[in-house]
Design a protein around this ligand. Structure first.
Ligand SMILES: [Fe+2]
Ligand SMILES: [Fe+2]
Length: 134
């Protein structure tokens, strides 16, 4: 069982954005596996680079789709994305700065799980009706 298991209940009503979310979950699962198997900072650093790159691409794809549909809450949504970016950046520099990564604690795993998932389930879900019409 992967660390985070995709569920149809995560769908935001748009195939491209769902595919992005699945890819981000996949990278988070890889981070979790790499971290629990061996805490090699080189490998974890590479995965965090990939996570942050893909996150940037996803946020801009999502925001441009919301803009083209005149999403009323776009400014606040954009601010939430900026905050997520900062959070993962701070998490990375806190735990991967040394020669070896910090030991992955339950609290850190919880952060990795909720970092994206809470945003999808709370904030992204609010725009779902723009795509589904209901
Ligand atoms: Fe999203
Ligand atoms: Fe979002």
């Amino acid at each position: 069982m992967p660390f985070i298991q995709w569920s149809p209940s995560f769908s935001v009503g748009n195939a491209v954005l769902d595919a992005d979310h699945r890819k981000l979950i996949d990278i988070l699962n890889q981070i979790y596996d790499a971290w629990t198997e061996n805490n090699c900072t080189v490998e974890l650093g590479r995965l965090f680079d990939e996570l942050m790159d893909y996150t940037d691409g996803h946020f801009s794809r999502e925001e441009s789709k919301l803009l083209s549909r005149d999403y009323a809450d776009l400014a606040r949504h954009h601010a939430a994305h900026e905050r997520l970016r900062e959070l993962v950046h701070a998490f990375r520099s806190r735990h991967l700065a040394g020669q070896q990564a910090d030991t992955l604690t339950e609290e850190m795993a919880k952060f990795l799980k909720s970092w994206l998932l809470d945003h999808i389930l709370e904030e992204d879900m609010k725009y779902r009706s723009l795509f589904t019409g209901r």
